[in-house]
Design a protein around this ligand. Sequence first.
Ligand SMILES: N[C@@H](CCC(=O)N[C@@H](CS)C(=O)NCC(=O)O)C(=O)O
Length: 166
Amino acid sequence: MEGGNHQTMKLYSHWMSSCSRRVRLALHLKGLKYDCINISSVGDPELLKVNPMGYVPALVDGTTVVSDSYAILLYLEEKYPQHPLLPQDLARKAINYQNYIGEIVSPDAKIPWAQYHIRKGFVALEKLLTKHAGKYATGDEVYLFSGKRAGGTPLLTPRERVARPP
Ligand SMILES: N[C@@H](CCC(=O)N[C@@H](CS)C(=O)NCC(=O)O)C(=O)O
């Protein structure tokens, strides 16, 4: 991904979008200035000009456009290394790439289905993190995948999958 210049970055976002939220968190953690363009709906013509798929988030950094929150996080991580979103330690880094709470569901999923999968994800996650957790999921810093301990809401999940039926 080439590009990027001195213009302020633009993030196309929606207040209900968890994918947009984690990108906003990463931008804040890295102390990066950006203009947040809050779209009114997924069919927003301004958004479609940037991302023909019509999904948020979409990041515009100079001439570079990146959509998909995970791709955006990795792009930001490489281009703006301050406040790394990945730990140096390889084992902890690998955990940050994993998708244990990736079963988080789409907005139209049924609540019991969502509760079942979210609980299952968090139980597995707690076991996985036993050896690695500090104040946050993989240490005392907030990284890419940083569930706050003691059952708190995760700040940044590495990826969200399209929900599958039970
Ligand atoms: N894998 C994408 C998923 C993006 C996505 O599903 N965004 C939702 C909001 S969280 C969206 O724009 N949905 C519009 C639609 O379903 O038409 C990412 O992580 O950014």
